[in-house]
Design a protein around this ligand. Structure first.
Ligand SMILES: Nc1ncnc2c1ncn2[C@@H]1O[C@H](COP(=O)(O)OP(=O)(O)OP(=O)(O)O)[C@@H](O)[C@H]1O
Length: 423
């Protein structure tokens, strides 16, 4: 029997025919599935756009907030984020924000449906923050990438708007900057009364610096500026820096150089990843290198811990260079304790003494507290009275004194000037 004859007898066999038919069906289904998958991949590649935002990216928080506003209304699967909000009256209000939970959500942006997938890796931690690693992936039909650009920009604007009129504070935690406390209402710069011309000098210098990056790049000078405010306590150094940050629309990033475990490397890293548009504040810079080892107990407490060295700090300050305007403010009560290397030009470009009140400051503070019609005359009298005691007085003392007599007439205040030193 030839092979051809053998095959023809097989084709007459009903069992073989059925088996062959089944095989054909299976192969056909597999082929269909494969081509479906291939066309899906092809469609994804050419007709869909995807955006992946990992939790380490700056826009991640903005995007979550944006989704809270836009998307959370369209999905039923939410997770809660509780925060505390301080009202201007000082009341603290609890605020619940619902954000789309981990999983898949769909919502419409303009006329496009977007699939949002929020995933959380159970086994991977974001080592900086110690939280599970998360990713948000947006997928939409189309090829226009500007869709995502618009979403991110809208999210950024929304985040900025939330902080409009507020000053943010950051502190260095580990190798990250973390927001510290609630955003504070901006303090008007005029509310910090410094001696004649000082505030204008600092403000103009900062503004000129910020608006002139090309001056620095053209001359190959690092784009940074250092300021030192020195003087006795309670005269407004910290208050002025806070008010200045508000005026410039900057945040404040506070670095505590005496902090345990802050090494040269960490300091360097923190300075290089500082938030944008921020004032880096090194308070009580004189205390950073002396007070730590005053007593044997302190010495042993700090043994084995990393810490910032003086040369490390100088290197870090010199290395603070970026395309961003980098403003560093230092404060101290004791200028004479500072090493000249720390405050040489280039590290500190402008030094200002913020001292006890002059007659000019006393008058101005009085007029701000008692803005009545006789204010100018009374303020002059008040300043003369205070000066006649020939004693030092700080703005904090004057503020405390005014607060004590806040329900009294200016006349009573004028009569009780000596109480300033007794409160
Ligand atoms: N020049 C000023 N104008 C208005 N208020 C002031 C002024 N100086 C100080 N105050 C008030 O006194 C308080 C303490 O001021 P602040 O902390 O800014 O002083 P400081 O010079 O930074 O002191 P320290 O050296 O102890 O840090 C604040 O409540 C502030 O409002």
């Amino acid at each position: 029997m030839t092979i051809v004859e053998y095959l023809s007898t097989l084709s007459d066999n009903p069992y073989f025919g059925a088996g062959f038919g089944l095989f054909g069906l299976g192969a056909g289904a597999a082929l269909l599935r494969k081509s479906f998958q291939a066309s899906l991949i092809l469609m994804r590649r050419h007709y869909m756009i995807t955006l992946e935002v990992p939790c380490r990216d700056k826009s991640y928080q903005w995007l979550l907030q944006w989704m809270t506003e836009k998307g959370a209304r369209q999905t039923q699967h939410l997770s809660v984020e509780t925060s505390f909000e301080q009202k201007e009256t000082g009341h603290v209000k609890t605020k619940y924000d619902f954000i789309p939970s981990v999983g898949t959500h769909f919502f419409k942006y303009q006329s496009t449906w977007i699939r949002v997938e929020r995933t959380r890796e159970q086994h991977t931690l974001d080592l900086h923050m110690g939280v599970p690693w998360e990713t948000v992936t947006l997928t939409a039909f189309g090829r226009d990438k500007s869709l995502y650009f618009n979403i991110l920009e809208e999210a950024r604007q929304m985040a900025l708007k939330q902080h409009e009129g507020k000053t943010l504070m950051y502190v260095g935690l580990g190798s990250e900057w973390r927001q510290f406390g609630q955003p504070r209402r901006k303090r008007p710069i005029q509310s910090v009364v410094l001696d004649e011309g000082i505030s204008d000098r600092i403000l103009t210098d900062c503004q000129e610096f910020i608006s002139n990056p090309s001056w620095y790049t053209e001359r190959g000078i690092p784009y940074r500026r250092g300021y030192l405010l020195y003087g006795p306590p309670g005269c407004g150094k910290s208050s002025y820096i806070t008010a200045l940050a508000g005026e410039l629309g900057f945040s404040i990033s506070v670095l505590n150089l005496s902090e345990r475990g802050l090494s040269d490397d960490r300091l360097n890293h923190l300075l290089s990843v500082a938030p944008q548009q921020t004032i880096i504040l090194l308070e009580d810079i004189d205390a950073a290198f002396v007070s730590r080892e005053d007593t044997p107990q302190q010495k042993s407490a700090y043994e084995g811990l990393n810490r910032v060295t003086f040369s490390g700090l100088l290197n870090c300050l010199d290395g603070v260079a970026s395309t961003e305007a980098r403003i560093v403010f230092m404060t101290t009560n004791y200028l004479e304790r500072l090493d000249p290397a720390l405050i040489r030009p280039g590290r500190v470009d402008l030094k200002e003494y913020i001292g006890y009140c002059s007659a000019y400051q006393i008058e101005l503070m009085f007029r701000r507290f008692y803005p009545g019609s006789d204010s100018a005359l009374q303020a002059k009298l008040f300043a003369e009275n205070i000066k006649s005691f020939d004693k030092k007085v700080s703005p904090a003392q004057i503020q405390g004194f005014f607060m004590f007599y806040k329900h009294e007439d200016p006349e009573v205040v004028l009569k009780n000037c000596e109480m300033i030193w007794k409160l």
